[in-house]
Design a protein around this ligand. Structure first.
Ligand code: FES
Length: 103
């Protein structure tokens, strides 16, 4: 779900729809929006699993402070997806502990 009109901010600026990879699947998002928001719009709520207890985590603070939204992006672990802009062709993977699951 996306905000199409905000009562105070009005309508968001038009953005280009782009494709990126999420755990091997090609999905779409809006160029420049936070990766986490593109995933949320696609119904993806789990971004990582904790190292010790393997518990799921997703967006919590949404301002780059808590690290619950970290994922492996283009092979780089611990990327805060709530503050990282989406680019065409990005490879985004669920993070298990400190890395992506071997595929
Ligand atoms: S949700 Fe807290 S750092 Fe991204």
């Amino acid at each position: 779900m996306r905000i199409t009109e905000h009562p105070i901010l009005g309508k968001p600026a038009e953005k280009r729809t782009i494709e990126f990879s999420y755990d091997g699947k090609t999905i779409t998002g809006l160029e420049g929006e936070p990766i986490a928001m593109a995933l949320e719009a696609a119904g993806v709520l789990i971004h990582r699993y904790t190292k010790k207890h393997h518990q799921p985590r997703g967006v919590f603070c949404a301002i780059g402070r808590c690290t619950d939204c970290v994922m492996v992006v283009n092979g780089q672990p611990n990327v805060r997806t709530c503050i990282t802009p989406l680019e065409a062709g990005m490879k985004v993977q669920t993070q298990y502990g400190l890395r992506a699951k071997e595929q």
